[in-house]
Design a protein around this ligand. Structure first.
Ligand code: ADP
Ligand code: ZN
Ligand code: MG
Length: 636
């Protein structure tokens, strides 16, 4: 529901996660359905091919056989250990086929006259060794199973998009799927990476080493073999690794950790071996393993269902390769890896001599965003008065990939309205689109709901304008968005902030609760639309108490448990906080939130006329910008 959206996109990268799960599912369902089909095929094979082939003959009594023999109906026989098979003339005359197979129980041993009679009847006869049970077992079971297994393997490789597919791939299982980019084809350099100056600074040494390894060898220094790039998704880790290869002018091997995790134990390890073999041949080279957490996950900890052995072998092989290769001055190979979850990595990977260089790649600051904007506006026609700095200011908390995405959306929007160039307004709409999702005008809201949303958003906007430290409002909208927000208020900080005072934090909480406060003030009634606001306000208040030491009652002590997760979902371990303290924390959080809620309500009561005016404006125009808020308050 209505939301006071600070432009902070969420990027837990659900796409990747989904892909991985889908692949697992595909594997499972493929194997299961294959097993079923396999069983059926095997059964059909035995029932209709093997059985008729071996026992197609009709069995006749021995007496009948002797009779037919006497009547010269028998054409040929094979005497086996316990029975006789052969061919006789078709009992129905002139029918086709002229001869039919038969079978009867009996043997030359039990009927001593048989041979003589056969000779007398001029029947051609042969003896046959008793069949070995192993032989028939082989034919009936092992052979088809082998065939099925081979066939299954081929199909499996196909489905999984294995290298090449077809027959050749059977022999290519252990081949690494990494793509090699030759030095001349890398095509990106640090000029294409914005806002990562610190990371680039740390990588200089690696480049120097790749370029002039002799220099380093002479001085006898030990060069790091591995560099781990750590940071949230979309911040340009892959780009940075590739650009490093571009700067050093060396080959670049790109692969992803998940490519080593296969169903068959040993395959991953073989691939690691192959990858490093290739890299050594192509040296100097950079080997880049994206999402290394897929293989490098700590071996201690949760027992996983299946796949653990494989992961462990792969990891061990990787460690062995890293230890094994000497970064000599003749053939330097540097391994770079990326992860956004360094905390799950096996400590063995991080120890000295392996990935001992860790470089943090964070979301870009204002200057960085400006650089990234410029990089990604190459080839896009921007309006002559396009305000770069304002555009950069509009995107706090965005990653490089987000900015690239917004720029692209802006170009699409401008194209859609047949414009000559991309304006700042396009850029702003693109941000909204990326942050809040597409406008969903088709969603029908009844008039009462629209009014509630309009009051709610006006409440956020007015409180933001009225508190001393509120970030200026840039836009308010009550057009529902596809991602669930029924409306939103966008604030634009004037600068990136790294330190916030207690007053500023309190103001933020007041703004967050401004929506709910407006509903209360105007309607006396409250709706479910503020749940997200309330959650964020409570969270911030709790952090003020437990992390920032901003509660007098609790003092400057950290009560928040250890954060067990680095990025994404935080798991809090608060076992060292006593029961009484916990109750006190809860009371303090409640006090802070309630105080700000009251404060927001009072502000809105004071400016009741402005609230009405802004709400009416919103109801008619649906989207207004920040100046409307000032106008409603009689400012500006
Ligand atoms: P990561 O590997 O950290 O998830 P990527 O390197 O795959 O991120 O980034 C995806 C895309 O986003 C890049 O191809 C590039 O277009 C853009 N991008 C991300 N960060 C930057 C940056 N710092 N400078 C320029 N472009 C960037
Ligand atoms: Zn809200
Ligand atoms: Mg990447």
């Amino acid at each position: 529901m209505p939301e006071n959206k600070k432009v902070t996109p969420q990027k837990p990268d659900p796409e990747e996660e989904k892909k991985r799960q889908q692949q697992m599912q595909r594997r499972m369902s493929f194997s299961v359905s294959y097993l079923l089909v396999g069983m059926i095929v095997l059964w059909l094979f035995q029932e209709f091919v093997l059985t008729p082939m071996l026992f197609q003959a009709s069995e006749i009594p021995y007496s009948e056989f002797k009779q037919k023999l006497a009547d010269k109906q028998i054409v040929e026989v094979t005497l086996r250990a316990n029975d006789i098979i052969g061919k006789m003339k078709n009992p129905t005359p002139n029918a086709t086929p002229a001869v039919v197979p038969f079978e009867t129980i009996g043997s030359a041993e039990s009927d001593s006259k048989l041979i003589e009679q056969l000779q007398a009847a001029e029947v051609s006869f042969t003896f046959q060794r008793p069949p070995s049970p192993i032989g028939s077992f082989l034919v009936a079971w092992i052979l088809p199973l082998l065939l099925l297994g081979g066939f299954w393997y081929l199909m499996y490789r196909r489905t999984m998009g294995g290298a090449g597919g077809g027959l050749g791939s059977i022999f290519g299982v252990g081949k690494s799927k990494a793509t090699e980019v030759k030095a001349d084809d890398v095509g990106v350099t640090y000029k294409d990476v914005g806002g990562a100056d610190e990371a680039i600074g740390e990588l200089q040494e690696i480049i120097q080493f790749l370029k002039t390894p002799e220099q380093f060898a002479k001085l006898g220094g030990r060069i790091p073999k591995g560099v781990l790039l750590v940071g949230p998704p979309g911040t340009g880790k892959t780009l940075l690794a590739k650009a490093t290869a571009g700067e050093a002018h060396v080959s670049f091997f790109e692969t992803s950790g998940s490519e080593f995790v296969e169903m068959f134990v040993g395959v991953g390890a073989a691939r690691v071996r192959d990858l490093f073999e290739q890299a050594r041949k192509a040296a100097p080279a950079i080997v880049f393993i994206d999402e290394i957490d897929a293989i490098g996950q700590s071996r201690a900890g949760a027992v996983r269902f299946g796949g653990n052995d494989e992961r462990e072998q792969t990891l061990n092989q990787l460690l062995a390769e890293i230890d094994g290769f000497q970064t000599t001055h003749i053939a330097p190979v540097i391994i770079m890896a990326a992860t956004n979850r360094p905390e799950v990595l096996d400590p063995a990977l991080l120890r000295a001599g392996r990935f001992d260089r860790q470089i943090a790649v964070g979301n870009p600051d204002l200057i960085g965003r400006l650089q990234i904007l410029k990089i990604h506006s190459k080839g896009i026609t921007l309006a002559p008065d396009f305000d770069w700095e304002r555009a950069a200011r509009m995107t706090p908390g965005f990653s490089g990939a987000d900015i690239a995405n917004v720029m692209n959306e802006a170009a699409l929007l401008a194209a859609r309205r047949n414009a000559e160039s991309v304006t700042l307004a396009d850029f702003e709409s693109a941000i909204e689109r990326v942050v809040a999702g597409l406008e969903k005008r088709s969603r029908v809201m009844n008039e009462g709901e629209r009014r509630t949303v309009a009051y709610h958003e006006s409440g956020h906007a007015l409180v933001a304008e009225l508190v001393p430290h509120g970030d200026p409002v840039s836009k308010i909208s009550i057009v529902p968005r596809s991602r669930g927000a029924l409306g939103y208020t966008m604030q634009m900080p004037t600068e990136d902030r790294y330190l916030l005072t207690m007053d500023e934090l309190q103001d933020r909480i007041a703004v967050m609760l401004g929506g709910r406060a407006a509903e209360k003030v105007v309607c006396g009634e409250i709706s479910t639309g503020a749940s997200d606001d309330i959650m964020r306000a409570s969270e911030l208040a709790r952090r003020m108490v437990t992390e920032f030491g901003m509660s007098e009652k609790l003092g400057t002590v950290r009560y928040a448990g250890q954060q067990l997760q680095y990025l994404g979902g935080a798991v809090e371990d608060s076992s060292n906080v006593s029961q009484e303290t916990r109750e006190l924390i809860d009371r303090e959080v409640q006090r802070i939130v309630t105080e700000q809620y009251e404060r927001a309500q009072n502000l809105l009561r004071e400016h009741r006329a402005a609230l009405e005016a802004l709400t009416q404006l919103l109801l008619t125009k649906e989207t207004v910008d920040g100046s409307a808020v000032k106008a409603a308050l009689g400012k500006g």
